[in-house]
Design a protein around this ligand. Structure first.
Ligand SMILES: O=C(O)C(=O)CO
Length: 264
């Protein structure tokens, strides 16, 4: 199973545009990013610089988060926010264009926190409508729904693999799109107390992307309670053949955080 390195959490010692080359120097040929721009409508020159940095480094972009609002301020996506449909659509269009330029085929649409004073059912309908729209804008691509743990994301309603799969089911029911799948983020599921092995067995074939970090701490495997060998065996048995994104905050320098891979 191929690994890719998440350059929003690793190599943050370096400016964003220098990280792809650092990943290549560390031996990776594939990378992923959270939305790398401050706005859903990035300046085309910034997009060109981003795509150019990937191409200069010779690494493939294999997964990208769609614009998710102001993460530093606590936002966790705008997918389910009725008043942000324009931002979601603009971000999805920009992500689709980056997909065409780079070959990226996996796009993560963070669901968004519950909004005070807004009926949760209205937020859920908005999310399903926006997911169907994203799937339409990105033919042939996979749009993934990510559960986040409630300890760090108390207002985020998608906390388990089952809940994310229910959202995917609803998109299929109302729009016929089958390309909306689960993002199996092992760190978030472990931290939230979900049963990761059971989720892999139950949703084999519906996993659009996997991300890896140990828990607690969100550091590299080997620093917590994650049994990485068992995880890899289960994913293999379940027929998962996509990338595994290393989405951890390294303990120590990023380039020295890959020792665990030798044994895994
Ligand atoms: O916000 C997070 O923790 C994520 O994993 C986003 O993809």
């Amino acid at each position: 199973m191929p690994y890719d390195v998440n350059l929003s959490l690793l190599f943050t010692e370096l400016p964003l545009l220098e990280r792809p080359l650092a990943a290549a120097d560390a031996g990776f040929d594939a990378v992923e990013f959270w939305w790398p721009f401050g706005t859903p409508r990035p300046d085309p020159r910034d997009v060109d610089l981003f795509v150019g940095a990937l191409s200069f480094a010779g690494v493939r972009l294999v997964a990208l988060n769609i614009y998710a609002g102001d993460l530093a301020a606590g936002e966790r996506g705008v997918l389910s926010h009725p008043d942000r449909a324009g931002d979601f659509r603009a971000g999805a269009e920009a992500a689709a264009a980056i997909g065409r330029a780079t070959g990226c085929r996996v796009f993560n649409a963070l669901y968004g926190n519950r909004l005070p004073g807004v009926d949760p059912a209205v937020q859920d309908v908005t999310a399903v409508r926006n997911l169907a729209e994203a799937a339409r804008l990105m033919p042939g691509a996979t749009v993934v729904v990510e559960p986040l743990n409630a300890l760090e994301n108390p207002d985020y309603p998608i906390r388990t693999a089952a809940r994310a799969i229910a959202v995917c089911d609803r998109v299929r029911e109302v729009s016929g799109h089958t390309g909306v799948k689960l993002l199996l983020d092992v760190y978030h599921l472990l931290t939230g107390g979900d049963d990761v092995p059971a989720a892999i067995d139950a949703y084999a074939g519906r996993i659009g992307h996997v991300q890896l970090a140990d828990a607690p701490g969100r550091h590299q495997p080997g620093t917590g309670r994650l049994d990485v060998d068992d995880l890899l065996r289960r994913l293999d048995r379940a027929g998962y053949r996509g990338h595994i994104g290393l989405e951890y905050r390294p303990l120590g320098p990023s380039a020295e955080s890959f020792g665990w891979m030798r044994g895994a």
